[in-house]
Ligand binder design. Structure first.
Ligand code: GDP
Ligand code: GDP
Length: 436
């Protein structure tokens, strides 16, 4: 079972996104640095007392221009469908409103735990008023003040207490991957084409309401795969599934659950902004990444087409220089037979572990080839390197002073590591530590 999901629901203006951001904490990343992304963030990973979880602010998912009541119901439906624990936010300032009761009515339909958080309890006097909210029928209300962070610890305690027993356990040994990309790039077609390949044996389709439908299959060489579904692949027919925010949220969720992410681009349309957002998330999450250019059958090609498209991808996704690019067609099945083997290879690279002795030989050679930088007469000294994690491969370099490590020198060392060992398709993390 994957990381549990917490969904925040409630009518507008009760403080859902304030509480969401408070729990998410302030993390700055290249993805969220993109204008408009931080403000719009509705999905995040967090942790409380050693319990990792994902969190959705359903308030950020507006379904078209439907009336407010309709929006609130849709958001509550999303919470019921997606979450393991639901946080129902109300505001002490207005007391129990009609809209709160509408939300409550929908939430009565679920057996999932619902925690009632009464927000905007800014001072002790307001605490007495939280008892009015017992009438909503969700037990003890928890007073919080999102803007000040008061009560969020108690709220998190209540959330964690309600996680399912086996939450966070490893699933099985199969290679987990997903197809990610904008609507219409051909994700469902790719799924169907791969499952339709001769020599691919589909062993089971697992449906859970929460993570939709995963498909397990085995290829001729006996390799087992789990294909993680994202919104838009198998449509359940709910209105909200067509909204962009929802599908991005589902894509981020699928990335979290995958070892390898196949980012699908549409050869006919080239690269768009939305492609970059999701790719950036996969990169930061340290996942194995393959770039698949689909609909390769549909464009007029000459001898330069492949090189031109490759150059454009390398230009637009500079941080993904490690990701292999494959040109495929779900329609003609061109090169599709190679995809499972490629996913398998990238998965192996993602989990590759290098012996310290071999690793240090490579680093020593690199140091001899290209002397370490100096700053104000002080030279960077590299003592020892060791791999501390896989998925993604993470190396700690013990040095005299981490400040002396320049970005360009770190890049040089990473390239040396990549030349010596096969880390194609996976990010590699280097961390400098001061030797004690
Ligand atoms: P959402 O629509 O439910 O996501 O609500 P927001 O998080 O956007 O908050 C709505 C308004 O309530 C904003 O102006 C917040 O600053 C304010 N607000 C949120 N939490 C608190 C709180 O704990 N106390 C007070 N006084 N105002 C709050
Ligand atoms: P999704 O929204 O990403 O799941 O995209 P779909 O799989 O639904 O495909 C969108 C459209 O592109 C459909 O009309 C497909 O028939 C078409 N399509 C998908 N893959 C290919 C391909 O490789 N070549 C061509 N010519 N059309 C494709």
């Amino acid at each position: 079972m994957a990381k549990p999901i917490v969904a925040i629901v409630g009518r507008p203006n009760v403080g859902k996104s304030t509480i969401f951001n408070r729990i998410a904490g302030e993390r700055i990343s290249i993805v969220e640095d993109t204008p408009g992304v931080t403000r719009d963030r509705i999905y995040t990973n967090s942790e409380w007392l050693g319990h990792p979880f994902s969190m959705i602010d359903t308030g950020g998912i507006a379904v078209g221009d439907e009336p407010l009541v309709q929006q609130i119901s849709e958001q509550a439906e999303i919470a019921i469908d997606e979450a393991d624990v639901i946080v129902f936010v109300v505001s002490v300032r207005e007391g129990v409103t009609d809209a709160d009761e509408k939300v409550a009515k929908i939430l009565y339909r679920t057996n999932k735990p619902v925690i009632l958080a009464v927000n905007k309890v800014d001072n002790p006097e307001q605490r007495a008023q939280i008892y009015d909210f017992y009438s909503l029928g969700f037990g003890d209300p928890i007073p919080v003040a999102g803007t000040h962070g008061i009560g969020t610890g108690d709220l998190l305690d209540a959330i964690v207490k309600n996680f399912p027993e086996n939450a966070g356990d490893e699933e099985d040994d199969s290679i987990k991957f997903s197809f990610i990309g904008r609507p219409n790039v051909g994700k469902s077609s790719l799924v169907n084409a791969i499952l339709g390949e001769e020599r691919v044996i589909v062993s089971g389709i697992e449906g859970t309401t929460r993570d939709a439908v995963d498909t397990k299959f085995t290829t001729a060489d006996g390799s087992e795969f789990t294909m993680i579904d994202t919104a838009g692949i198998r449509k359940k027919g709910k209105v909200y599934e067509n909204t962009e925010k929802y599908s991005v949220m589902r894509a981020l969720r699928a990335i979290d659950r995958s070892d390898v992410v196949v980012m699908v681009l549409n050869a006919e349309e080239g690269i768009r902004e939305q492609d970059k957002h999701v790719a950036g998330y996969a990169h930061e999450a340290g996942k194995g990444i393959i770039i698949a250019v689909n609909k390769w059958d549909a464009i007029k090609k000459n001898t330069h087409s492949l090189n031109d498209f490759t150059a454009a991808i390398r230009q637009e996704f500079q941080y993904l220089s490690y990701a292999p690019i494959i040109f495929v067609s779900a329609k003609t099945h061109q090169r599709l037979g190679e995809l499972p083997a490629l996913i398998k290879r990238i998965n192996e690279n993602h989990g590759r572990r290098i012996q310290s002795a071999v690793l240090n030989d490579v680093i020593m050679d690199a140091l001899a080839y290209n002397p370490t930088p100096t700053d104000n007469g002080r030279r960077l000294r590299v003592y020892y390197t060791t791999q501390v994690a896989t998925k993604p491969p993470t190396f700690v370099i013990f040095v005299n002073d981490p400040e002396l490590m320049h970005f360009s020198y770190e890049r040089f060392l990473e390239n040396r590591i990549r030349e010596a060992f096969d880390f194609e398709g996976t990010p590699v993390h280097l961390i400098e530590r001061k030797r004690k």
